[in-house]
Write a protein that binds this ligand. Structure first.
Ligand SMILES: [Mn+2]
Length: 201
């Protein structure tokens, strides 16, 4: 590996203030303070299981709702992933994972395609309305994946195959995504150059 695959971004709006840095070739060290504890938990799981070192400091108008802060961090995380991936030379490009958390089971497939596309299905009826950890609604899970996918330029399929507990379902979704992303971003010694017949991703 030549270039370090790192990125460090800041984003400031009237709704949130975010500092985020990551290293795609890390060991999964997470240092995350978003002011939304359950989101810290999800992003820590993402870092750990994707072997991405991730540091986040965020403040936002959570007295209104956690929505702005959670979404904006997803946007910045996506942009940082895109920047850190660079020209994508030598990557595996595709990854997939099937991850359980007790009764919950989630499949994730990632293509570092340069084409943003999210297919997200299978959350049980009413999941979007459930409050997890007192702040975080189930609806935010899809919203975060939309923000990451669109800003990182990934094709992502996430399929919830089973689950009853909202905490388990959300966490299994992040772990499955992390695990699939870990494979996709991995450098494959057999790949020379950019793994696309078009020559660019
Ligand atoms: Mn948990």
């Amino acid at each position: 590996m030549s270039e370090p695959r790192t990125a460090s971004l800041q984003r400031e709006t009237s709704e949130s203030s975010i500092e985020l840095s990551l290293d795609l070739d890390g060991t999964g060290v997470a240092d995350i303070q978003t002011s939304v504890p359950f989101y810290d938990h999800l992003l820590t799981a993402f870092a750990k299981h994707s072997l991405t070192d991730l540091r986040v400091r965020a403040k936002g108008d959570i007295e209104i709702d956690v929505h702005h802060t959670v979404e904006d961090i997803g946007i910045v995380l996506g942009k940082a992933i895109r920047q850190a991936l660079g020209d994508k030379a030598g990557i595996s490009r595709f990854g997939d994972a099937l991850v359980p958390l007790d009764e919950a089971l989630v499949q994730a497939v990632v293509d570092i395609s340069g084409r943003p596309y999210l297919v997200h299905t299978g959350e049980p009826a009413g999941f979007e309305f459930h409050l997890i950890g007192g702040h975080f609604t189930g609806s935010m899970v899809r919203h975060v994946f939309e923000a990451i996918t669109f800003n990182a330029g990934l094709t992502v399929h996430i399929t919830v195959l089973g689950g009853r507990d909202p905490h388990h379902i959300a966490e299994a979704e992040f772990k499955a995504f992390a695990r699939a992303f870990r494979q996709a971003k991995a450098l494959d010694p057999l790949v020379s150059g950019i793994p696309s017949t078009k020559g660019a991703l």
